[in-house]
Design a protein around this ligand. Structure first.
Ligand code: ADP
Ligand code: ASP
Ligand code: MG
Length: 395
């Protein structure tokens, strides 16, 4: 039995008309003599609205209750899509994570899929043409409901494709993966192919088109992800092991709302550096770009997301409470802009081209890896930076 897993995101199922249009798209796919397992996200902005509602009721975030609340969104769209399919004569059933047995860890709001045998799905496919599965949801061995983190429906889809040995197609409001976000830069070019490693960097650097965990799973199991548009038949992009086209720089990502934390004039003590980062990590805080410079004193600079500023400040105050004579600054309103490309590994001159393009932009921090260069700039220089890099690297 040939099985195809498709995933439709929130904007693809935003209202009744769109749900009916997705049902028609599914009916056309069924002509390929395949059975379909369709993962859906919550309708439109449902998840954002539920989060807002929770904040109105209480500003204490109780992760377990948030997951109970947020998972309702996907259940609405899954059942509606199954109704729309049955209405046009397609045998279909919706399943939530409990029914589909999508087992996860117990980390509310960021659970990871542990086990997905999909036995029930395989059984039900014998008597149905299409099964609709709620994305983003999981269930623990103790019967607790979890979510996979914002954007997690992509991960549900890829994990199901692995379990069912199926093709994986992810549909959204854009026609594939572009060199940079096409909503912000309409001149961005569509990529036919992008490697797992490039896509992982792009996702974790801010391109929310795919959930990074979905790309990790695809890489691990060698599943090709096809990304295309729900609303057109235009050819999309393939996320896979090799990029036949081998460009040096494939894409550019932007991450806003960054805060730079700068500690200067600390005593020269390597132990202290380790203590600072250990404390921050123990608090579950993600530190990003780091620079450590020691000349007359020790200067440390790193970035965090703006919303964690007070949390980080609390942790640092605790660690540095007995120290005197140092300065600490928190500067918000920064953007991190990165270029990514697998070809950087084997070609020289990328860094010099990068700095040449940004000659006139004040850079606050720069970090690199084998396949990316990132810089931190004040938000007012974001447009200028993106334009300069897009032009220099022909993105
Ligand atoms: P869905 O709700 O279908 O999961 P998302 O909103 O999560 O869709 O992801 C699609 C969005 O990702 C697009 O609307 C686009 O603005 C954004 N995006 C960011 N970077 C890129 C990129 N490099 N290529 C394509 N889309 C991107
Ligand atoms: N509905 C969830 C979210 O908005 C999951 C997803 O869209 O993938 O994050
Ligand atoms: Mg998404």
């Amino acid at each position: 039995m040939k099985i195809i897993v498709q995933k439709y995101g929130g904007s693809s199922v935003a209202d009744a008309e769109k749900i009916k249009a997705v049902a028609v798209k599914i009916s056309k796919k069924l002509k390929e003599k395949a059975k379909l397992v369709v993962v859906v996200s919550a309708m439109g902005k449902t998840t954002d609205n539920l989060i807002k509602l929770a904040k109105e009721v209480s500003n204490k975030s109780v992760p377990r209750e948030l997951d109970m609340l947020l998972t309702t969104g996907e259940q609405v769209s899954a059942s509606l899509l199954a109704m729309a399919l049955n209405d046009i004569g397609i045998k279909s059933k919706s399943l939530n994570a409990f029914q589909a047995e999508i087992m996860t860890t117990g980390d509310y709001m960021q659970a990871r899929i542990k086990n997905l045998k999909a036995k029930r799905i395989k059984d039900l496919l014998k008597e149905n043409d299409a099964l609709i599965v709620t994305g983003f949801q999981g269930i623990t061995e103790d019967g607790e409901i979890t979510t996979l983190g914002r954007g997690g429906s992509d991960t549900s889809a890829v994990a199901l494709a692995v379990a069912l040995n199926a093709k994986c197609e992810i549909y959204s409001d854009v026609a594939g993966i572009y060199t940079t976000d096409p909503r912000l830069h309409p001149a961005a070019k569509k990529l036919k192919y992008i490697t797992y490693d490039e896509m992982l960097e792009m996702s974790s650097l801010g391109a929310k088109v795919l959930h990074s965990r979905s790309v990790e799973i695809a890489k691990k199991f060698g599943i090709t992800i096809y990304c295309g548009s729900t609303f057109s038949d235009e050819e999309g992009s393939y996320v896979m092991k090799n990029n036949i086209e081998q460009p040096i720089v494939s894409g550019l990502s932007v991450m806003d709302h960054q805060t730079q934390v700068t500690l200067s004039n600390l005593p020269m003590d390597n132990n202290l550096v380790q203590q600072i980062f250990e404390k921050v990590a123990r608090e579950g805080l993600n530190v990003d770009m780091i620079s450590v410079i020691s000349n007359s004193g020790l200067n440390i600079s790193f970035t965090i997301v703006e919303e964690k500023k007070s949390h980080v400040a609390k942790a640092l105050t605790l660690i540095l409470k007995d120290m005197k004579g140092f300065n600490i600054h928190y500067n918000s309103g920064y953007s991190k802009i990165s270029i990514v490309g697998i070809g950087m590994k084997s070609s020289s001159g990328v860094a010099s081209k990068f700095f040449k393009a940004l000659e006139k932009v004040p850079l606050s921090l720069v970090t690199t890896s084998e396949i990316k260069i990132s810089c931190l700039v004040e938000e007012k220089f974001k447009e200028k930076t993106v334009k300069a890099l897009v032009t220099a690297f022909d993105l």
